[in-house]
Design a protein around this ligand. Sequence first.
Ligand SMILES: Nc1nc2c(c(=O)[nH]1)N[C@H]1C(S)=C(S)[C@@H](COP(=O)(O)OP(=O)(O)OC[C@H]3O[C@@H](n4cnc5c(=O)[nH]c(N)nc54)[C@H](O)[C@@H]3O)O[C@H]1N2
Ligand SMILES: Nc1nc2c(c(=O)[nH]1)N[C@H]1C(S)=C(S)[C@@H](COP(=O)(O)OP(=O)(O)OC[C@H]3O[C@@H](n4cnc5c(=O)[nH]c(N)nc54)[C@H](O)[C@@H]3O)O[C@H]1N2
Ligand code: SF4
Ligand SMILES: [Mo]
Length: 694
Amino acid sequence: MDSQAPISPLSTPAGTAASPVRHVHGACPHDCPDTCALRVSVQDGIAIRVQADPEHERTLGALCAKVSRYTERTYHPERLLHPMKRVGPKGSGRFQRISWDEALDTVAAKLKAIAARDPEAILPYSYAGTMGLLQGEAMAGRFFNRLGASRLDRTICASAGGAALAATYGGKVGMQVQFFAESKLILIWGSNPITSSVHFWNLAQQAKRAGAKLWCIDPRRTDSADKCHRHLALRPGTDGALALALMGELIRGDALDHDYIQRHVSGFDKLKARALEWTPERAAEVCGVDAALIRELAQDYATVQPAAIRLNYGMQRVRGGGNAVRLIALLPCLTGAWRHRAGGLLLSASGWAAQARNDAALQRPELLAGRSPRVINMSTIGQDLLREAAPDFGPKVEAVVVYNSNPVAVAPQSAQVAAGFQREDLFTVVLEQFMTDTADHADIVLPATTQLEHLDLHCSYGHTDVLINEPAVQPMGEALPNTEIFRRLAARMGFTDPCFGDDDEALARVALKGIDFEQLRARGWARLPVADAPFAEGGFPTPDGKVVVDAPGLGVPDFVPNHESPQMTPELAARYPLAMISPPARNFLNSTFVNVKSLRDIGGEPLLEIAPQDAMARGVVDGAVVRVFNDRGEVKLRARVSTRARPGVVNGLGIWWRKLGLDGRNVNELTHQRLTDLGGGPSFYDCLVEVAPA
Ligand SMILES: Nc1nc2c(c(=O)[nH]1)N[C@H]1C(S)=C(S)[C@@H](COP(=O)(O)OP(=O)(O)OC[C@H]3O[C@@H](n4cnc5c(=O)[nH]c(N)nc54)[C@H](O)[C@@H]3O)O[C@H]1N2
Ligand SMILES: Nc1nc2c(c(=O)[nH]1)N[C@H]1C(S)=C(S)[C@@H](COP(=O)(O)OP(=O)(O)OC[C@H]3O[C@@H](n4cnc5c(=O)[nH]c(N)nc54)[C@H](O)[C@@H]3O)O[C@H]1N2
Ligand code: SF4
Ligand SMILES: [Mo]
């Protein structure tokens, strides 16, 4: 369908003189740590080009391939341009155009009727389709607070690691990304930056050219692993064991910074005995790697400074993800790596922006008026949509309002998620730009604007700048910003609180503290005040400024094996001997962009990488369609026999739209809804499967 003509002509009709090109400050809206500043070129009301803002240092002069083509998204022939109501069975994707009046009246009438019984039977479901402060939880937050709807625990990506950082450092804080360029040793841990953080990768390359040694710690031999000096391909979910062995080696070799530990780490003695139990040989057994490689890594980490760790969320999507992050986060505290601005660790920088964000001014928690609605974890949406009312649960979910997310594709254990969204007695509203798997299940679809059509403000979890995104063009068709949709819905619901009258500019003006809005507007971005080496002298955002080893209620961190592993479930491991991970694909962003044909063509088909010996043992040949299955279900993928997969592990790449897959499903057919040790996160990469020729 991508072959249809675009909605708006990108060229000027013959015979008319083109007006001058105007440049607009933009920000990339996507869930990516790089948060690039955009320069949008507009001519005759049409966005003709999206480029890097050359003035913004962190954008390093270039965008990724996906967002360089952002105009293809805005002018995509399949954009949703008007409200629709479903006319076929749920999931069939058969819809009919309706007016905004009919759409809003229908939604308001339904929500009012449910709220009259119990507003907690209504659930918002959103994540990071846009990371914008306005089009995220601003007007939406006000709306659901005023309604008293169930609250959503937004755990689907980063909550295990986030909780671990909070327990250890006191917040989501870390190194400033630009100083990785000066590091002499970089551990790229659970991250594939060529795919997921290409600007960080650029900095790591600068360091490499200046003589730094790069390690990649990842079960998959990624493009990034290929370009590092060393690759430690451990089994999924064994990072905690590796971290303990590294610590053990640091202690045995007395490579500790005793002064830093004494002044800035509390409770280290409690960890010492545990770490000493972990030799490289013991960890090698658990991780499935060579002990010599662990020794070499420990030796490098003990002797090379400045040493920096780029941790990413890939490694915390397993049962023990929280404990593993706590252990890894302690490493730079034991060697005093934090003394250098090019040393330490970066998992998330979003805590630096927390001081500037005024979420309460946007979301208005006081509209709850003393109510404290139940909380539903977005990572268990499958089972929760199928639950009946119960004292430990509350009312059955009767309505879901989805925005900025595609749960039918991205949430674990899709069979349950799809069954939940197919419930005939569930009323589903989806605010979307495209007809996703989730929109297919809606009763009412409401068309949302893209980043070129609305105002927004952005913080970053990879750097410490804040950005503005000015609307570059008029909304396409009848699409509206999320803010405006919730504003109009509020009016239909009879919510008369004055805050529902705030326009987007009014929201933008209260969203950030300590940032001059006019200056932000003029320049496009502003820098938060963060020290170059923030923890050189301790001063972590914990109550006493020290790093925490023995966290209240959590104890001392330890290695925690996977939910599905030979240690925990030997019987299951015998039937399903392969561990499946499903990391992001380079040309998609989660399930976003799967419908952009030029990007999908690069991805080809949903692939399963399988190691040659595992393929041979199963009669699987390269290029064949295989069944990948476990007790939860089955999905068909195209096998790629490749040493990118280590023995015993298969890699199912990208989050494909189910309907664009080989059999109307994707890898989340196989994942489960058990949660991580900390933060209640999903354990997508903690999943045993078997593979057979289809
Ligand atoms: N192009 C692109 N960019 C993206 C995304 C995308 O989908 N596409 N997604 C965005 C999002 S939502 C996020 S959260 C970020 C970060 O997203 P992440 O999920 O951190 O993505 P990656 O950088 O691909 O890192 C994941 C890496 O962890 C590896 N891995 C899997 N299990 C384990 C394990 O148990 N231990 C270790 N050590 N490694 C493991 C995988 O093989 C993979 O290479 O990226 C963002 N950027
Ligand atoms: N198997 C497996 N599953 C995973 C992961 C994995 O690695 N493996 N990764 C997980 C991770 S890290 C994450 S973050 C989640 C991501 O999950 P989601 O946040 O749901 O991400 P997307 O799939 O990108 O879906 C976002 C949707 O928001 C829409 N959108 C974008 N901007 C707007 C807007 O302004 N208004 C409205 N109304 N809609 C908008 C887009 O069109 C898109 O369909 O997936 C998780 N699922
Ligand atoms: S997806 Fe990431 S790399 Fe690409 S433009 Fe957005 S912020 Fe930059
Ligand atoms: Mo994510």
